[in-house]
Design a binder for this molecule. Structure first.
Ligand code: SF4
Length: 212
């Protein structure tokens, strides 16, 4: 299994270095943005990253998922949520009948912080304009913030995840919901029960969009 993953990562890297970016982006606009920012040097994370992880998914997505920052696998491949946390995220979406291809996925910061530490405020501030631009392009109807850093950054709060999960917020006219980061669920499997409650709430909101 480990060997297969290694070969798959090498293959995806090869495609990326060959300039075959389009399989990762359903949108030419977003692929162009990724190209435009791939040499970004606006913060110190540029010194240690392998690849910028801009984001990927459906340009017409009603649902946008926003995590914290790329991890090791994501840094190597240049795509968001491809490691173990990504596998869990795919399962979480599948459990509420949402395909990954239907959504857009990105992070608060686009480059991996060393040793997966939390991004610093200066790094977040440097990178946020890219996220706001993505939100402008995609115009999602629902944003799901994955984890504390994502939620507190978007809402400009300093609350606990328990507090944040209680409400549905209005973020620039978009419904914003909060749940656990999948990486946190891998470390704390007992939190999955609460995450399931959040996902069911999300499913209700997402399916209500179809009736409008
Ligand atoms: S984290 Fe964002 S601002 Fe910092 S170098 Fe990467 S893309 Fe640029």
């Amino acid at each position: 299994m480990g060997n297969f993953k290694h070969i798959a990562i090498q293959y995806l890297q090869l495609l990326k270095y060959s300039g075959i970016d389009y399989i990762f982006f359903s949108s030419p606009i977003l692929a162009k943005m990724n190209g435009k920012y791939k040499n970004c040097q606006k913060c110190i994370l540029a010194n240690t990253r392998t690849n910028i992880v801009y984001g990927e998914g459906n340009e017409n997505a009603d649902l946008m998922l926003i995590g914290e920052a790329p991890g090791q696998d994501e840094d190597i491949i240049g795509r968001p949520f491809v490691g173990n946390a990504g596998q869990l995220l795919n399962k979480m979406l599948k459990a509420i009948n949402i395909k990954r291809e239907q959504v857009y996925i990105t992070n608060i910061v686009k480059c991996r912080p060393p040793n997966n530490r939390n991004p610093l405020p200066t790094e977040i501030n440097a990178c946020l304009p890219y996220l706001y631009e993505q939100i402008e392009i995609i115009k999602p109807k629902i944003i799901l913030a994955l984890g504390l850093v994502s939620a507190n950054t978007l809402l400009k709060t300093n609350l606990s995840l328990g507090e944040l999960r209680k409400n549905i917020y209005n973020f620039k006219g978009i419904k914003l919901m909060v749940t656990y980061h999948p990486a946190a669920l891998l470390y704390h499997p007992t939190w999955k029960k609460s995450a399931w409650i959040d996902l069911q709430k999300l499913q209700k909101e997402y399916e209500a969009l179809k009736k409008k």
